[in-house]
Design a protein around this ligand. Structure first.
Ligand code: B1M
Length: 210
């Protein structure tokens, strides 16, 4: 089995230590960071996402695999920067004001990173003005918002309004998600994109910037 296949398989089974060690070894053996990212780590996360969509994998497997992939990305990060590999886009993401749930948002962030995005993660309980400031500072193509409580969903609308008020709404696509969020709700509040889970969030975001 080649090193790349080995890394691919270890991401799928969620072996973070194995991914870390093999990725470091592959770099030493002369594999480029871009080929390890594009031919091992990202395809592995794509496979994990597909298994999740086919209900062969569930949230725990997906989280463990995402962490394993992240371990590989961390090894590659300095080489990617050095090699000037351009991210496919920038996304500012956060859990909206009043909401402390971040497991799903973190999963979405990791999947986005695995898809090739530069992810600016603002954390949880993010007020509208912090999203606005992050858009000004980072010039992302997409703003992603997560909400897990019916009581905090309306903070998504408030954030979209704040972006409009700041004259930034036309510059970004807004993506929303989280257990109580639906396509219908996304349409009602004027979001551009909705995704029901992390793998479709990554796919939707990639489509939106290509
Ligand atoms: Co909370 N909580 N919680 N909680 N919690 C829920 C959400 C709840 C449904 C439980 C219940 O009553 N059955 C309920 C909400 C009811 C409602 O509003 N309808 C609830 C409540 C009421 C509360 C508190 C108010 C409880 C209290 O204190 N009385 C409180 C609120 C705190 C606050 O936020 N201000 C609270 C607190 C907590 C904990 C801190 C204990 C903990 C959060 C820990 C953490 O996140 N670090 C917690 C947890 C763990 C849950 C449950 C059990 C699990 C949530 C989770 O992580 N799911 C949850 C019940 C449940 O869902 N079964 C519950 C796994 C995660 C991978 O899925 O987040 O849906 P999810 O993310 C998915 C998709 O939604 C999507 O992709 C993800 C991966 O596929 N997605 C996006 C998410 N964000 C996206 C963004 C996108 C696109 C897709 O684009 C940008």
């Amino acid at each position: 089995m080649s090193l790349k296949e080995d890394i691919y398989n270890k991401v799928i089974v969620g072996d973070a230590e194995g991914v870390k060690a093999l990725t470091a070894r592959a770099v030493q053996e002369g594999f480029t960071a871009a080929e390890l990212l594009n031919e091992a780590l990202i395809p592995a996360m794509t496979e994990v996402g597909q298994r999740f969509e086919r209900q062969e994998y569930f949230v725990p497997e997906m989280l463990i695999a995402a962490r394993a992939m992240k371990a590989g990305v961390e090894i590659l990060r300095p080489y990617l920067v050095e090699a000037g590999v351009k991210p496919i886009g920038t996304i500012v993401i956060g859990t909206v004001a009043g909401d402390l749930h971040d497991i799903g948002k973190n999963l979405v962030s990791m999947m986005l990173e695995g898809t090739g995005f530069r992810v600016i993660d603002l954390g949880v309980d993010v007020p509208a003005d912090k999203f606005v400031q992050a858009v000004r500072e980072n010039n992302p193509q997409i703003v992603g918002m997560s909400a897990l409580l019916t009581t905090t969903m309306m903070a998504m609308k408030a954030t979209i309004e704040a972006l409009s008020k700041a004259g930034l709404r036309e510059r970004v696509k807004v993506m929303v998600g989280g257990a109580p969020v639906t396509q219908r709700f996304a349409d009602e509040i004027g979001a551009d994109l909705y995704a029901p889970d992390a793998s479709s969030a990554a796919r939707t975001a990639k489509e939106a910037v290509s």
